[in-house]
Design a protein around this ligand. Structure first.
Ligand SMILES: [Zn+2]
Length: 101
């Protein structure tokens, strides 16, 4: 839940934004007091697990992207090798014809 409410309505200066106590981002039920970021130790543990899971998912996505890139380069290299080999075979053939002729 976002605490920032961006309304694009202009001119309504008299509208006061009500001061809402921010809720715990984990359980979204308990109000936070002072500089608390989560309401309880349980929510803190839960949040750290969520962050770990998120970090893991991000790392996996990075690895998949790296694998995709490597595969693409590998494919390009295979294409280049094939082209070079074909050119070599062609020039070898030309040499043979020249020798025979
Ligand atoms: Zn909580």
């Amino acid at each position: 839940m976002s605490s920032l409410d961006t309304t694009s309505e202009g001119g309504s200066k008299s509208v006061r934004t009500p001061v809402l106590a921010s809720l715990c981002p984990v359980c979204e039920a308990s109000e936070l007091r002072g500089r608390q970021q989560v309401c309880s130790a349980a929510c803190r543990r839960k949040r750290s697990r969520q962050r770990e899971a998120h970090a893991l998912a991000t790392e996996r996505a990075d690895l998949v992207a790296a694998l995709d890139r490597a595969e693409w380069h590998h494919q390009r290299e295979a294409e280049i090798l094939q082209t070079v080999r074909r050119r070599l075979q062609m020039t070898a053939h030309e040499d043979n014809e020249r020798d025979q002729g």
